[in-house]
Design a protein around this ligand. Structure first.
Ligand code: PEP
Ligand code: MG
Length: 563
């Protein structure tokens, strides 16, 4: 007798339908404290050293081959940390078996990172990934990673490390299902970058054994286990139909030709060169701090001019919106030597760092203008984490005094959203950062898995603030873009357009699906969706209403004419 069909829900973080058996990620190898220790401690320490060096090399290589480079480079840096070898060496000298010594050393570091909370706690997952890989090498067992069953499958895991997610690109995985994580987790961001349907934060999925047939809907956030043969057939047909659907190209537009610029979010030079080859209208968010994450000394003006020139050259003829250094909290820049804080997300970060590190903003503005003059790119410069009217006015004055022609601010703090009308008087444009705006509006740490439901971009309070910013911008005739993760959701994108957003910036692979979603709706449809989403009091209700309404709109121009 076949098992009864059940449906569970999580967060749909990367749209698309996948129908396949579920395969579980192999659990990490458990090290045995009772294993016989090696005869020669010095040799064992050398083996740990070599294993970690090999892991560092692997992570750098995976990072260089695709998305997630910065995250994987951070893992590679952890694997190369001498302190880790030294900590393992101490256990080896105490007679602990080699592989278990590394486990103990990593557990100790992870405990410290988790104690710090926030961004640092998230790094513990990366360090455990380093441990799992190095232990597999030490014990001569297969490397943890993506299964290779030889047929399409949905990969299920408690959570996925960035390295695992990148390895998916050349596997037969057609979908991703994790028990932990939320809409802004690394897994979600990278899954969208790979264009793989994904549901995260689905705790109930822990009960599904490997081999369970599943239909995963990365848009609705549902996971249907043991679907009936009819449902499977339907889902497979739908999956094939969606894949074959002719994709739109060129500038973003609604069905009635309302323009919505579709832009790329970039951080590293690698991101820039990949994004420049894709069909987008330029860059909506250049996270400049990503260029300098590993620096212990400030980049010189010449280094900055060189880096910015490379990015601008890649996007010649298109617009590039640069964000000045957004340092602190989840993006620490060691060279700024900011004092430790009890609550870094509410501390000296973003634009505020320029008040405690003299000259840093001025040097960056000078370098940006020099690079812009060399390349002739259409450059727009915006400041992160602006909170007050005075900050907006002072930033605009400073940027203009250095020759920046188009100056903007990010709206990521509720105070800025509430006073958008006043802040926007001083600048030429705004860009809404929904990752931080959700964090501060809902008072929920954006890196905390357990708070993912609060960080959901469909939260009515967040949509209400976005609506308020858009109406202030429209009244003043200022363009307002959106560059948080919310922009990459093809179901939410039309709602944002309906609220008044004039451009959407996202990880490059998400652009095509968002473009398709917009071409199927008129501006009035988008406004209707936005009005309904704003009325909902729960994210799930907003999503369900918009899903139902979107499905009811005529899907193509010809259907539209017939209707
Ligand atoms: C945001 O906060 O939404 C944003 C785009 O900035 P970041 O994710 O880099 O903080
Ligand atoms: Mg932000």
């Amino acid at each position: 007798m076949s098992a009864a069909s059940t449906t569970m829900t999580g967060y749909g973080v990367s749209p698309g339908l996948a129908c396949a058996p579920l395969i579980r990620m192999a659990p990490p190898v458990v090290t045995d404290p009772a294993e016989a220790p090696g005869d020669d401690p010095a040799h064992e320490v050398q083996r740990v050293w070599q294993a970690l060096a090999e892991v560092a090399e692997q992570l750098s290589a995976i990072g260089a081959s695709g998305t997630g480079g910065a995250i994987l480079e951070a893992g590679a840096a952890m694997a190369s940390d001498v302190a880790l070898v030294q900590a393992a060496a101490r256990h080896i000298c105490d007679g602990v078996p080699t592989a278990h010594s590394l486990t103990l050393a990593v557990d100790d570091y992870c405990g410290q990172l988790e104690g710090l909370g926030g961004y640092m706690a998230e790094r513990a997952a990366d360090l455990r990934d380093v441990r799992n890989r190095a232990v597999a090498l030490l014990l001569g067992v297969p490397m943890p990673g993506i299964p290779r069953p030889g047929h399409p499958f949905i990969l299920a895991a408690e959570d996925l490390s960035p390295a695992d997610t990148v390895g998916l690109a050349d596997s037969d995985a057609v979908g991703l299902l994790t028990e932990r994580g939320g809409p802004t987790s690394h897994t979600a961001i990278l899954a969208r970058s790979l264009g793989l349907p994904a549901v995260v934060g689905c705790a109930e999925a822990a009960a599904l054994p490997g081999g369970t047939p599943v239909i995963l809907d990365g848009r609705a956030g549902t996971v249907e286990a043991h679907p009936t043969p009819e449902r499977r057939q339907q889902a497979l047909e739908e999956q094939a139909r969606v894949r074959q659907q002719r994709r739109a190209h060129g500038p973003g537009r609604t069905a009635d030709q309302h323009a919505v610029a579709l832009l790329a979010n970039i951080g590293t030079l690698g991101d820039a060169s990949r994004a420049a080859q894709e069909d987008n209208e330029g860059v909506g968010l250049f996270r400049t701090e990503f260029l300098f994450l590993d620096r212990s000394e400030p980049p010189t003006i010449d280094e900055q001019i060189h880096a910015y020139t490379q990015v601008f050259t890649a996007f010649e003829g298109r617009a590039v919106t640069v964000r000045t250094l957004d340092a602190g909290s989840d993006k620490p820049l060691p060279f700024l030597r900011l004092p430790p804080e009890d609550n870094p997300a509410l501390g000296v970060r973003g634009l505020r760092t320029s008040t405690v590190v003299p000259g840093i903003l001025e040097t960056q503005l000078k370098a940006l203008v020099a690079a812009q003059q060399r390349t002739g790119v259409q450059m727009r410069v915006m400041a992160p984490m602006v909170s007050t009217v005075q900050e907006a006015a002072e930033f605009a004055d400073l940027a203009r005094s250095y020759g920046v022609q188009t100056v903007g601010i990010m709206i990521e703090v509720p105070a800025a959203a509430l006073l958008a009308n006043d802040l926007l008087q001083h600048v030429d444009f705004a860009s809404i950062g929904t990752n931080d705006l959700a964090q501060y509006t809902l008072a929920a740490d954006r890196t905390a898995h357990t708070l993912a439901h609060l960080l959901d971009p469909w939260q009515p309070a967040l949509l209400t603030l976005i609506a308020q910013v858009c109406s202030a911008a429209t009244a003043l005739g200022r363009p307002v873009g959106l560059c948080g993760e919310a922009a990459a959701d093809p179901l939410l994108a039309p709602v944002l357009v309906g609220l008044g957003v004039s451009s959407l910036s996202m990880a490059t692979p998400a652009v095509a699906a968002v473009r398709d979603a917009l071409t199927q709706l008129t501006l009035q449809d988008c406004k209707d969706l936005a009005a309904s989403a704003l009325c909902a009091r729960e994210p799930a209700a907003a999503r369900a209403t918009v899903l139902r309404m979107s499905d009811a709109f005529p899907a193509t121009a010809s259907e539209r004419q017939e209707a």
